[in-house]
Design a protein around this ligand. Structure first.
Ligand SMILES: Cc1cc2nc3c(=O)[nH]c(=O)nc-3n(C[C@H](O)[C@H](O)[C@H](O)COP(=O)(O)OP(=O)(O)OC[C@H]3O[C@@H](n4cnc5c(N)ncnc54)[C@H](O)[C@@H]3O)c2cc1C
Length: 457
């Protein structure tokens, strides 16, 4: 995307994760001249590249918290804007299943919390209703909470849509631009990045796993410490999606929402995530013992899953901090807003966080413009590109990705910057063979376009 370093931006947003993309859109809607800076070679290069893809209602969020407000705003705004942008919703509902008497005893408190949080349709159901809803669940399930509003979305397309919308309204998105330092002269921020210097009136720090590092580099000290928390997942083959309808959640603990089972919009079933503290902010390795535990847990919950093949395994890092709450605040006299510590609900809450951050910046001023961008559909339950004539070729046979989809993802104002970005935009290489068959063809189709080129086999 074009940009000029001599321009003076109203706002520079550091980090194009879920939060930064939503904030960029919100500021552009408000008429601000926006710069979105991302250290990765594509957007969604940090925490936002790997999550459970659940659109939360906030039924179990901390009562009266900013997190709850942002989740519920984000949820409602996603539902209101998704049709125009062609963003999918897999209407699954969720079941919080009690497997022990102790968990059963905690369900009533969870219902009370859900109702206090404004999620009025959450109700307790007994063993028989549970079996009718999910006949493949292990018979040892005792009872559950039904949360009809929890759903599953495509975890990447919405944020690309928000970045594209911001760009259509004049925002500059600069990739491979790590913010390394900066100085505030009382009116203007002078930012140093790996793509040169930029000027901006206000900074919004959306640097996720590096939010504290960015505060230290630019403000001299950090107001919080990032404590990365890894979550590993197993992706089960598409056959598994016939074995359940709802998202199957455990009764949550203070520390984690726990291991869930959920269908994905792409037709698979997800098992995970784990919750493992680690010091490294970038390394997201999976480990066989944890993956085996996840598979065992999946088979305990739905015994027929024991025989379903695994498609893939992956891990993500939550930008957790030393405290549970979001770290969103304005620093008076420094033209600075931090939107950090968005640990485990940021995909849902991003639009709500953006609304809140805009409020910190501009008060109550509402949107003054709009430029919705319709996204290509990748969801399995909706028509895909391969079903329309003229697609050229099926490049990825596992995920039925067409040449037309790959060419579209490699062009336009924000083309894929690396293989990860191309996968997130099209799903190529994300199916059962994990790119074994199509890698060579994808390398040919992307030749000369990635800074780090793929090698054709
Ligand atoms: C295992 C797991 C499961 C989850 N499940 C769900 C779920 O089901 N539903 C839900 O709503 N949420 C879920 N989440 C939470 C959600 O993914 C996060 O809250 C969200 O991704 C945080 O986004 P972010 O934009 O704050 O951070 P990030 O995505 O990390 O974005 C920060 C960006 O800043 C960039 N950056 C960092 N430093 C610099 C710099 N100096 N200069 C320029 N750029 C920089 C990074 O490269 C990165 O792209 C889950 C998270 C995990 C890890």
């Amino acid at each position: 995307m074009s940009h000029s370093q001599s321009q003076h931006f109203d706002v520079a947003i550091i980090g194009a994760g879920a939060v930064g993309c939503a904030v960029a859109r919100r500021f552009a809607l408000g008429g601000a001249h926006v710069l979105l800076l991302e250290r990765g070679s594509d957007i969604l290069a940090g925490a936002s590249k790997a999550n459970s893809a659940i659109l939360h209602t906030g039924f179990d969020a901390p009562p009266d918290s900013l997190e709850l407000r942002c989740i519920q705003h984000g949820y409602a705004e996603y539902l209101s804007l998704r049709a125009e942008r062609n963003l999918p919703l897999l209407e699954t509902g969720a079941l919080v299943v009690a497997w022990t008497d102790e968990e059963d005893a905690r369900l009533d408190a969870l219902v009370a919390q859900a109702h206090a949080n404004g999620v009025a349709n959450v109700r307790r159901i007994g063993r028989d209703t549970l079996r009718e809803m999910e006949p493949n669940l292990a018979p040892t399930a005792k009872a559950a909470l039904h949360v009809p509003g929890e759903h599953v979305i495509d975890p990447w397309s919405p944020f690309l849509a928000y970045a594209l919308e911001a760009n259509a309204l004049g925002a500059s998105v600069v990739l491979n631009a790590e913010v390394t330092g900066g100085a505030f002269d009382g009116r203007t921020w002078h930012l140093a990045t790996t793509q040169g210097a930029f000027l901006a009136h206000t900074i919004v720090n959306c640097a996720g796993l590096f939010g504290d590092v960015v505060e230290t580099a630019l403000l001299g000290a950090a107001s919080f410490d990032i404590r990365p928390r890894k979550g590993q997942f197993v992706v089960l083959d598409k056959a598994a999606s016939r074995l359940l309808t709802s998202i199957i959640l455990p009764v949550p603990t203070e520390r984690t929402k726990g291991v869930l089972l959920a269908r994905t919009v792409f037709g698979n079933v997800l098992v995970g995530p784990t919750a493992e503290e680690q010091a490294d902010r970038e390394r997201v390795a999976v480990s066989e013992p944890e993956l085996r535990k996840l598979l065992d847990r999946a088979a305990e919950l739905v015994p027929a899953l024991r025989d379903v093949p695994v498609t893939a395994a992956y891990a993500g890092l939550r930008p957790a901090t030393e405290a549970k709450h979001y770290r969103i605040h304005r620093v008076e006299g420094r033209n600075w807003i931090t939107a950090g510590g968005v640990r485990s609900t940021g995909m849902t809450a991003a639009l709500g966080i953006a609304h809140h951050v805009w409020g910190l910046y501009a008060g109550d001023a509402g949107p003054i413009q709009s430029a919705p961008v319709a996204m290509p559909n990748l969801a399995e339950h909706l028509p895909r590109d391969w079903q329309r004539p003229g697609h050229g070729e099926i490049v990825c046979q596992c995920e039925m990705v067409t040449r037309r989809e790959i060419e579209a993802a490699m062009s336009g104002p924000l083309p894929a910057g690396d293989l990860g970005g191309l996968k997130r935009r099209t799903r190529c290489g994300m199916g059962r063979c994990q790119g074994f068959i199509c890698a060579g063809r994808v390398a040919e189709l992307t030749a000369g376009q990635f800074a780090d080129p793929l090698v054709a086999r």
